[in-house]
Design a protein around this ligand. Sequence first.
Ligand SMILES: CC(C)(COP(=O)(O)OP(=O)(O)OC[C@H]1O[C@@H](n2cnc3c(N)ncnc32)[C@H](O)[C@@H]1OP(=O)(O)O)[C@@H](O)C(=O)NCCC(=O)NCCS
Length: 233
Amino acid sequence: MERPGVNNDAAANSRLPLIIVGGGGHAKVLVDTLRVEKRRILGFVDPRPSLPPLLDVAQLGDDSIINASAPSEIRLVNGVGSIGCTSRRREIHENFCAKHYHFETVIHPSAIVASNVLVEEGAQIMAGAVVQPGSQLGANAIINTGALVDHDCTIGSHAHIGPGVTLSGGVIIGQGAHVGTGAAVIQGIKVGAGSIVGAGAVVIRDVPPGVTVVGVPGRVIVKVGGLKNKFRV
Ligand SMILES: CC(C)(COP(=O)(O)OP(=O)(O)OC[C@H]1O[C@@H](n2cnc3c(N)ncnc32)[C@H](O)[C@@H]1OP(=O)(O)O)[C@@H](O)C(=O)NCCC(=O)NCCS
C-alpha cells in the first residue's frame, strides 16, 4: 500500500508473493497484517522442523527453500523478532540481502505514519504504532504494536522498539538496539548500538553501546565474571 510520507521506493515490487522467514510469534503477527493487506504468502521457513501453521500459512521447510526462487520472483518478510539481543534478526536480513533478495516493508493499516518519515527497506510498523514527522526508520527495524515514536527520532537498522514503548522527540536508537516492552525514553537521548533497554525502564541519560539498562531511572547492568554491578547512567 502506498503511504503518504513514506519512502515507497523499496516497495516497488510489492505485489510479489511473499515468504516469511521464521515461524514464531512475531511471524504470526506479520501473517495477520499481510492478510489484511491481501498479500499472497507462499509459506514460512524455519530451521526447526514440522512447526504448526502460522494461522493458515504452512511451513515450506528450512531457509534453504528460499534458494529455489530467484530474488526477482519473491519478497521476503523477516519474521524473527527479539526479546533482547537482535543479532539473529540482523543476520537473516544481511545474509539474504547479500544474495540479492529484498525484504518487504510492512506497515499495518492501523499504524499512523506522519508525513516526512523515511522508512527503509524491510522496516516493520505494527498495529497501532505512531511515527511522527521527521523520524527515520532504518532497514529491518521494528516499531512494534502500539509503540509511539515522536518527532525527529532516528531508529537504527535492525533495532527493535518493543510493544508499547514511548520515545520522546529527537531520540536516537543505535543499530540493533532493543527497547523492551513499555519502556520510555525522554527527549534527545541516545541509546547506543546493540544496547538493550529492559521492559518498563525509564531512560533519562544517554546509554553507551552494548549494555543492558533496566529500572526507573534506567541503570546499566554490567555482567563481568558472573557479578552484576548496577550504576546510574
Ligand atoms: C532486560 C532483560 C533483557 C534482562 O534479561 P537478562 O539478561 O536475562 O537478565 P536477568 O533476568 O538475569 O536479570 C538481571 C537483573 O536485572 C533485573 N531485571 C531484569 N529485567 C528487568 C526489568 N525489565 N526491569 C527491572 N529490573 C529488571 C532482574 O531482576 C535481575 O536483578 P538482580 O540481579 O537484582 O536479581 C529482560 O529482563 C527484559 O526486560 N527484556 C525485554 C523483553 C521484551 O522487550 N520483550 C518484547 C518482545 S516483543
